[in-house]
Design a protein around this ligand. Structure first.
Ligand code: ME8
Length: 508
C-alpha cells in the first residue's frame, strides 16, 4: 500500500474561489503530506470543471466567450492552489485536449458495453447543481419546486442519450455491503444506500439545448452531460485511456474527498459508470461537511462569501489552515467566524505552541550559545515526555485512517499542554543557576519533544512545522515520520538556530 491517489472535486469556474474550495483542497493536502511523510508515493489532483450550462450562462453574463471566460476564472483557482501552497501533482482543466480524449473514450466504452440509449428527457433540472431531479427529491414552493437547499429547478424536455443506471442498483448495493469503507463517514454510506434502495432511474447524459461541452461522438447536436465529463477527470489525470501498471496501483488507493453536496454523483453515478465499463472502483469517497458564515448559509446573493486569499493575507496560511482542520471534526458542518478564528490562533498557536518553543530556544540561545548541553541517548529511552511523543505518532496513524483530522490536532495540542506544564514545573530559568545539569537536561528533553512536534505537525501546519524544524536545525532528510525514534534524537553539541516568532497574537 505504498501508492496513494488523492483528489479534490474539480471546481466550477462560474465564480471566484471561496472558503469551501480552500477547505477541500487543504484537507486533501493534509492527507497527501501525511502519506508522503509515511514514505508513500502520492498523486494529488485538483482542477476546474469548465463546461455546462451554469458556466455558459456565467460567461454570457460577463459578456465573454465561454473559452475566454473559463481561461480567466480557471486561473483564479490555479492561483488559489499556489496561495494555499498545496502539493498537488496535477491541475486538470476539462477544456484540455487530454481530457476531451479521455471523456470521449469513456463515453465510447459505455456505448460499446451497451449502456447508452436514445430517448427524451422530460423533468426537473437545477442549473446551480447541474442535476436532474425526481419530484420526490424536491420540495413544493407555490406553483413550482425547489431543491432541498432552496435552489431553483426548471422543467426541461429534450432529446437525450440515457445511461442505464437502473441496471446497476443491485450491483451497487452489493458493492456497498461488501465494502463498508467505500463511503465515509458511515452516516453518508447509510444515506447513499437508502437513496439507491429507493430506486434508480436511468440517467440523462447528454444535452441539446446549449453548446458548451464535449461533443458526443457521431452525433450532430448532443453534448456530454457535464457530470460525466467532470467525473472522468479523475481518470484523465492518471493517463486514461492508457493507464499504466503504476497508475493503476495508485487508482486502487484512490481517495475522493468531496463536500456532502455532491455525494450522489460520486457514490452512485460514478461507481455505476465504472462498473458499466468494467473499470475498478476507487478505494474511498469521503464527504466532508458544510461551512456557514457566522451561522448563515454562504452564498453570493447574500454577499457573505469568504475569500480565502483575504483570510490568508490577514491571518496567515497556517493559521487559516489550522482553524479549518481543527475547528470541526471532518464530516461535520462548521461555522466560520472571525472571533473563533482569532481565539484558536491566540490560544492554541500563539500561547500554547509558539510561546513554549520560543521561550526554550531563546533560553538556549542566551545561556548555552545555541548548543544542546547534554547527551540524551540513554534518557530518551525512558523519559515519559519523549516516549509519549513517539507514541503520539501511532495514535495519529489510527486517527488519520479514520479521517479524524481534528482529533489528531486535539491530541497533539494536549501533548503540547503537557510540555508547557513540564516546562513550568521544572523551571529551567531558576534551576539553571542552582542545578545547571538539571536545567540542561530538562531543556534538552524539551528540544527533543519539539523535534517530535515539528515532524508530526508537518501535514497539518506545514509552514510553521518547517520553521520549527529549521530553528532546531534538523536536516531535510531527517524530517520523515520514520525519524521519530531515539535513533535520530537531538544529541549533545547539536547547534540550533536563533529563535523566531512563530505566531503573532491577534486582537479580537
Ligand atoms: O460541485 N463548505 O463544483 P463546485 C464546504 N464541479 N465545502 C464547500 C462549500 C462550503 N460552504 N462550498 C463549496 C462542483 N465547497 C463540481 C464538482 S467533481 C467531479 C465536480 C466545496 O465549484 C466542496 O468540496 O460547486 C464541494 O463539494 C465543492 O466545493 C463544490 O464545488
Amino acid at each position: 500500500m505504498n501508492n496513494f491517489y488523492i483528489t479534490t472535486p474539480i471546481f466550477y469556474v462560474n465564480d471566484l474561489p471561496h472558503i469551501g474550495h480552500a477547505y477541500t483542497t487543504l484537507i486533501c493536502d493534509t492527507f497527501a503530506k501525511y502519506f508522503s511523510l509515511n514514505g508513500a508515493n502520492v498523486l494529488f489532483t485538483t482542477g476546474t470543471d469548465e463546461h455546462g450550462l451554469k458556466v455558459e450562462k456565467a460567461a454570457k453574463k460577463s459578456e465573454k466567450s465561454p473559452i475566454n471566460f473559463v481561461n480567466e476564472v480557471s486561473e483564479n483557482f490555479k492561483k488559489l492552489t499556489l496561495k494555499l501552497d498545496v502539493s498537488n501533482t496535477d491541475f486538470i482543466r476539462t477544456t484540455e485536449e487530454r481530457h476531451k480524449k479521455s471523456a470521449t473514450f469513456f463515453w465510447e466504452k459505455l456505448c460499446s458495453n451497451n449502456q447508452i440509449y436514445m430517448s427524451t428527457y422530460e423533468g426537473w433540472y437545477s442549473v446551480k447543481d447541474e442535476s436532474f431531479y425526481q419530484e420526490k427529491e424536491l420540495k413544493k414552493d407555490g406553483e413550482t419546486y425547489k431543491t432541498e437547499d432552496g435552489s431553483a429547478v426548471e422543467w426541461i424536455k429534450e432529446e437525450s442519450f440515457f445511461f442505464k443506471l437502473s441496471e446497476w442498483q443491485d450491483n451497487l448495493l452489493e458493492f456497498y455491503n461488501k465494502n463498508p469503507e467505500f463511503i465515509k463517514p458511515k452516516s453518508r454510506m447509510n444515506e447513499v444506500k437508502s437513496f439507491v434502495e429507493s430506486g434508480l432511474k436511468d440517467l440523462s447524459v447528454s444535452r441539446t439545448s446549449f453548446k458548451w461541452g464535449i461533443k458526443i461522438p457521431n452525433s450532430s447536436n448532443h453534448i456530454m452531460y457535464v457530470w460525466i465529463d467532470a467525473l472522468t477527470n479523475y481518470l484523465t489525470s492518471i493517463g486514461y485511456p492508457n493507464i499504466k501498471e503504476k497508475e493503476s496501483e495508485y487508482w486502487k488507493n484512490c481517495i475522493h474527498i468531496i463536500g456532502k453536496d455532491i455525494l450522489k454523483f460520486h457514490a452512485v453515478y460514478w461507481p455505476a459508470m465504472l462498473m458499466a465499463i468494467k473499470h475498478p472502483l476507487p478505494k474511498t469517497i469521503f464527504a466532508h461537511g458544510w461551512w456557514t458564515n457566522e451561522g448563515k448559509k454562504i452564498s453570493k446573493s447574500m454577499g457573505n462569501t469568504i475569500d480565502p486569499n483575504e483570510m490568508i493575507d490577514k491571518y496567515g496560511l497556517d493559521q487559516f489552515r489550522y482553524f479549518l482542520l481543527r475547528e470541526v471534526p471532518l464530516g461535520n458542518d462548521g461555522d466560520f467566524s472571525l472571533n473563533a478564528l482569532v481565539a484558536r490562533i491566540n490560544s492554541d498557536l500563539s500561547n500554547n505552541l509558539g510561546n513554549l518553543i520560543q521561550r526554550v530556544i531563546k533560553f538556549l540561545n542566551k545561556n548555552f550559545n545555541n548548543e544542546i548541553p547534554i547527551s540524551l541517548k540513554e534518557e530518551v529511552k525512558e523519559n515519559k515526555h519523549i516516549t509519549k511523543g513517539y507514541e503520539l505518532k501511532k495514535s495519529i496513524d489510527i486517527k488519520m485512517n479514520e479521517f479524524q483530522v481534528s482529533k489528531c490536532l486535539e491530541d497533539i495540542f494536549l501533548y503540547i499542554d503537557e510540555l508547557n506544564k513540564f516546562m513550568d514545573d521544572s523551571e529551567p530559568w531558576s534551576t539553571f543557576k542552582t542545578k545547571p545539569e538539571k536545567a540542561g537536561k530538562d531543556l534538552t528533553i524539551l528540544v527533543e519533544c519539539f523535534r517530535i512536534i515539528g515532524i508530526i505537525l508537518q501535514p497539518f501546519i506545514p509552514k510553521a512545522a518547517k520553521e520549527i524544524l529549521d530553528m532546531l536545525n534538523i536536516e531535510s532528510s531527517q524530517r520523515y515520520f520514520s525519524n521519530l525514534s531515539n535513533e535520530f534524537s537531538i544529541d549533545k553539541n547539536h547547534i540550533i538556530n536563533n529563535p523566531e516568532q512563530l505566531f503573532p497574537r491577534y486582537e479580537k
